[in-house]
Design a protein around this ligand. Structure first.
Ligand SMILES: Cc1ncc(COP(=O)(O)O)c(C=O)c1O
Ligand SMILES: Nc1c(O)cccc1C(=O)C[C@H](N)C(=O)O
Length: 411
C-alpha cells in the first residue's frame, strides 16, 4: 500500500478503509488519539450495554439460574473457542481462565511434570517480567529445575537434552520483535522439549497459527488487542496431542471432570477444561466476550494490512520529523507485532507531555516511547497527527517542565 503524503490524503484513505466503521464502535473520548491499546484496549460501546445486562438482568433478576440459562458455566470454553479461531487453534484447545501469569504457572508446571528427566526452562533475558518471575517460581518449587536465559538469536541452538520448556513471548512487549513460532516450536520438538508461547502482544495484533506452527502450549491476555477491559481474564492453549498428557497443578473443582457430583476425589476434566481452577469471574468473562465478538466482526486480512500501513506511516513520518528518535522495532511486517517503539534518553517526560496533549502512548523503562497501533480504532490520520504533536513536544522542549517528570505507580 502506498503511504499518504498529506493529512488530507490520510483522511481520504481512512474513509475508504473497511475498518473505518469500527472506530464508532469504541467509546473513545473526543480529541484523544489512543495509541496504548497494546497495554489496555479501548472500551467497545457494546460492552457497556452487555455488562449492564449481565449485572441487572442475568445477575439481578435471574440470579443463580443464569449459570444454566445464560450459560455462564460454559463461558470459559465458549469464549475459548472464539479466541481459538483468532490464534489458529482447534476450537477445543483454548480455555479462558485466570490471568496470564497464573496460566503460565499452570502450563509450565504441567509441562515440567510431563518430562521428568528434563530439568531446564529455557527463555530469553528481557522477556516480560512475569514470564521470568513465574519460571523462577516454578523452578523454586521443583527440585533440580533451573531457568536458563539465552539471547533471542541463540535460542534454537541452546535447546538441549536437559531442556523441558522453551518459554518465549511471541512479540516482545518492549521493542516489538516477533519470534519465528514455526521454526522455534520445531526446534523445541526436535530436541524433545515443549514450547510455551506468550501471545499477549500477538493475539489480535498479528496473524497467529498455533496449530499450523506446531506450538505446544500458549497463554495470552484479554485486555490488550481483544479489548476485554482492565484485568480481563486471560486464555491458555494446549495442542490436541498433548492435552491428555498434561495435568494442572491447581486442582480446583472447576477443572474436575464432574464438579457438580461434589465428590471427595479429584479427577481431571477432559481436554483443556482441566486447567480451570475456581469459579470464573463472570462479569469480566462476558465483558471479554463482547470485545472478542467485536474483534471477530472485523475483516481479518484488512485489519492486519491496516496495522502494517499504520506502522509504515509512523516510521516514515518519524524519520522525516524526528530522526533523532531511534526506532528499535524491526521494520518488516512479519518480524514484529503491532506496536512501534523509539529510544530517547528523556522518553518519560516526553511521553507525559504528549499525553497531556491528547496523544496517549506509554513509556517503558529506561528509555522507550511505545505506541500501540490498533487498526480497529486507529487510522492513518491519527498516526499523522500523533507524529505532528510528538514533533511539536520534542521541538518546543515543553517536556522539560518539572511536572512531566513526576512518576505515578503505573507507567
Ligand atoms: C508478555 C506479557 N505477558 C503477560 C502480561 C501480563 O500478565 P497478567 O495478565 O498476569 O498481568 C503482559 C502484560 O501485562 C505481557 O506483556
Ligand atoms: N497489565 C497491566 C497493568 O495491570 C497495569 C499497567 C500496565 C499493564 C500492562 O499490560 C503492561 C503491558 N503488558 C506491557 O507490555 O507493558
Amino acid at each position: 500500500m502506498s503511504l499518504p503524503r498529506s493529512l488530507a490524503e490520510a483522511v481520504a484513505v481512512d474513509a475508504k478503509s473497511p475498518l473505518q466503521p469500527f472506530r464508532a464502535r469504541f467509546a473513545l473520548p473526543e480529541g484523544v488519539i489512543y495509541l496504548d491499546g497494546n497495554s489496555l484496549g479501548a472500551l467497545p460501546v457494546q460492552t457497556v450495554a452487555r455488562t449492564a445486562d449481565v449485572v441487572t438482568r442475568e445477575w439481578g433478576e435471574r440470579l443463580i439460574r443464569s449459570w444454566n440459562e445464560a450459560d455462564w458455566i460454559g463461558a470459559p470454553q465458549r469464549i475459548g473457542a472464539k479466541i481459538a479461531d483468532i490464534v489458529g487453534a482447534a476450537p477445543g484447545s483454548v480455555i479462558v481462565a485466570d490471568s496470564t501469569s497464573v496460566n503460565l504457572f499452570k502450563l509450565i508446571v504441567a509441562g515440567m511434570r510431563a518430562q521428568p528427566g528434563r530439568t531446564e526452562i529455557l527463555t530469553e533475558p528481557g522477556n516480560f517480567p512475569t514470564d521470568l518471575h513465574i519460571a523462577e517460581g516454578v523452578a523454586s518449587l521443583l527440585p533440580g529445575v533451573t531457568v536458563r536465559t539465552v539471547d533471542a538469536a541463540d535460542i534454537a541452538g541452546a535447546i538441549g537434552p536437559r531442556t523441558a520448556i522453551v518459554l518465549l513471548t511471541h512479540v516482545h512487549y518492549k521493542h516489538g520483535a516477533r519470534h519465528d513460532m514455526a521454526a522455534l516450536s520445531a526446534a523445541a520438538r526436535a530436541a524433545g522439549a515443549l514450547s510455551v508461547w506468550d501471545l499477549s502482544h500477538s493475539v489480535g495484533a498479528v496473524p497467529v497459527a498455533l496449530d499450523a506452527d506446531g506450538a505446544d502450549m500458549a497463554v495470552g491476555c484479554g485486555y490488550k488487542y481483544l479489548n476485554g477491559g482492565p484485568g480481563a481474564p486471560a486464555f491458555l492453549y494446549v495442542c490436541e496431542a498433548l492435552q491428555a498428557r498434561l495435568d494442572s497443578p491447581i486442582t480446583g473443582w472447576m477443572g474436575h471432570a464432574d464438579p457438580f457430583a461434589f465428590g471427595d476425589g479429584y479427577a481431571p476434566a477432559a481436554g483443556v477444561s482441566r486447567f480451570l481452577a475456581g469459579t470464573p469471574s463472570v462479569i469480566a468473562m462476558l465483558a471479554l466476550e463482547s470485545g472478542v465478538d467485536l474483534f471477530r466482526d472485523a475483516p481479518r486480512e484488512a485489519l492486519f494490512a491496516r496495522g502494517a500501513a499504520l506502522f509504515d506511516l509512523f516510521v516514515a513520518r518519524m524519520a522525516m520529523l524526528l530522526p533523532e528518535l531511534v526506532c528499535v522495532t524491526p521494520r518488516a511486517a512479519g518480524a514484529r507485532g503491532s506496536h512501534v517503539s523509539f529510544r530517547h534518553a528523556d522518553a518519560f517526560p516526553i511521553m507525559q507531555a504528549l499525553i497531556e496533549r491528547g496523544v496517549i502512548g506509554d513509556y517503558r523503562a529506561p528509555d522507550i516511547l511505545r505506541f500501540g497501533l490498533t487498526p480497529l480504532y486507529v487510522g492513518l490520520a491519527d498516526v499523522w497527527r500523533a507524529v505532528d504533536v510528538l514533533a511539536e513536544v520534542v521541538g518546543s522542549g515543553i517536556w522539560r517542565e518539572p511536572r512531566f517528570s513526576v512518576r505515578g505507580v503505573v507507567t
